[in-house]
Structure formats: structure tokens, C-alpha cells
Design a protein around this ligand. Structure first.
Ligand code: CA
Ligand code: CA
Length: 240
């Protein structure tokens, strides 16, 4: 009902059953009201750790009990979607990630019942923008690592794009925001960083469309140790 703690420093953790079982349902701090939490056991542990400095309003949490007859809503991963709504024991749900994102975990989860406890196995996956990759599809999306969150500092991410032999690759930039002068996206006209450099992009200006001279392109992203911006969204297509 109310939630406001000092972000990262005063943290509430909610455990499914005893802490020793190690099943963390939720970890919350800051001023955003956490979503509802459902335990699968008949007990939960709330653990609130504060540091020595700065106190906020705190929290007020309402709880209620019910008998489980199915699994909880596993939600929809950020930057992804799911097929299936059923939550009965034995049912499965399949998750997909939006273009450019990689699935972390298993795409398919199943509702398991053990006595009167219902839970998903394995845990629902997440979708994250990966650091680099090898892309061979006829078209696709390249995202800076962690997009739409700021890219992490100190990253070296390489993407190798290859399309059918008689095609060339067109890159179209939809978003571009790097820390000027410190974080770079180098684009090479060929399969690796020894190929001719097309350009090094390092600020907030959206680069023009780029076309390769052969069927491969190499993109190298480098971020330094501090200051991260939103990064980039680049679409590529093979053109003949
Ligand atoms: Ca504090
Ligand atoms: Ca930086």
C-alpha cells in the first residue's frame, strides 16, 4: 500500500518459506510500489535491512491467505511475450523475446503441483539485450547491451553479420546515444575488425544509413569505465 525506502541501501526481501530454503520472491527498495507477491508455501519471511544513513517513510503491506488451486500468473517478461494462459497443474506456457533480445532461462515453463503447493518449473525466463552475437538471418535488430536500460560500463561487444553471398547489408539507425568521446561503436566493412573501417560513432547524433560492400559487417561496441547512455537500436537487412 505504501513503499518508500532508501534505494539500494534499505532493502526489503520476501522469502517463500524459511530463509534457509533460499527462494527469494521479491527484493525491493526505492520509491516504486512493488507488485503483489504470492507465496507457494504456507509461510513467508520478510527481511528488512537498513544501513546507518538516510531513512525514508518505510512501508505498509497488506496480506491475505487463500488455498492455491493453480499456479500464479507468471507475468510477461519485459521485451517479450508469451503464448498460453492456462495455469492448472501440468499446463505449460511458452515465452518469446522481441527482436534483438535474447531469452535467459527456458522458453517453456510448466505448472507443477506437489501436494497443495503449485509453482512454475523452471522459473519464468527474462529477455535481455545481449552483448554481441553472430547474426545470420536475412534481417534483424541489433541493440546495445541491456537496452532500453543504459549499457553497462566497461563492455566490449562484437556483432558479426552475415547475409546470403550475393547480398549486401544495410544498417538503419533508429536510436543512437553514446557518451561522446568515451563510448564507441566501430563499424567495419567485412567479417572482422581487420576489415576497412566504415566509421566510429561516439555521440548522440543518429548516423546515416550504412551499406556494406559485401555480405558481411562487423560491429564493435566499447564502453569505458563510467557514464552510460541509452545506447542504440539498429535494424539490418540484406539487400541485393
Ligand atoms: Ca538508509
Ligand atoms: Ca562511458
Amino acid at each position: 500500500m505504501v513503499f518508500h525506502t532508501e534505494e539500494f541501501h534499505d532493502v526489503l526481501r520476501i522469502w517463500d518459506g524459511p530463509v534457509e530454503k533460499g527462494i527469494l520472491l521479491k527484493e525491493a527498495s526505492g520509491s516504486i510500489l512493488p507488485s503483489d507477491v504470492h507465496s507457494t508455501f504456507n509461510s513467508v519471511v520478510l527481511q528488512f535491512n537498513t544501513d546507518f544513513f538516510t531513512s525514508k517513510q518505510g512501508f505498509a503491506i497488506q496480506f491475505s491467505v487463500s488455498t492455491a488451486t493453480s499456479c500464479n500468473d507468471p507475468g510477461i517478461p519485459q521485451n517479450g511475450s508469451r503464448s498460453g494462459d492456462s495455469k492448472e497443474a501440468g499446463d505449460s506456457i511458452v515465452f518469446q523475446c522481441d527482436p534483438g533480445y535474447a531469452l535467459q532461462g527456458d522458453a517453456k515453463i510448466s505448472c507443477v503441483q506437489i501436494e497443495n503447493r503449485f509453482f512454475w518449473q523452471p522459473d519464468p525466463p527474462t529477455c535481455i539485450a545481449p552483448c554481441g552475437g553472430i547474426l545470420t538471418g536475412p534481417s534483424g535488430v541489433i541493440l546495445s547491451p541491456n537496452y532500453p536500460e543504459p549499457y553497462p560500463p566497461g563492455k566490449e561487444c562484437d556483432w558479426k553479420l552475415t547475409v546470403s553471398p550475393d547480398y549486401v547489408i544495410a544498417l538503419v539507425f533508429h536510436t543512437f546515444n553514446l557518451e561522446p568521446g568515451y563510448d564507441f561503436l566501430h563499424i567495419y566493412d567485412g567479417p572482422n575488425s581487420l576489415s576497412p573501417l566504415i566509421g566510429s560513432f561516439y555521440d548522440t547524433q543518429l548516423p546515416e544509413r550504412i551499406e556494406s560492400s559485401s555480405n558481411s559487417l562487423f560491429l564493435a561496441f566499447r564502453s569505458d569505465a563510467s557514464v552510460s547512455n541509452t545506447g542504440f537500436v539498429i535494424h539490418y537487412t540484406g539487400v541485393c
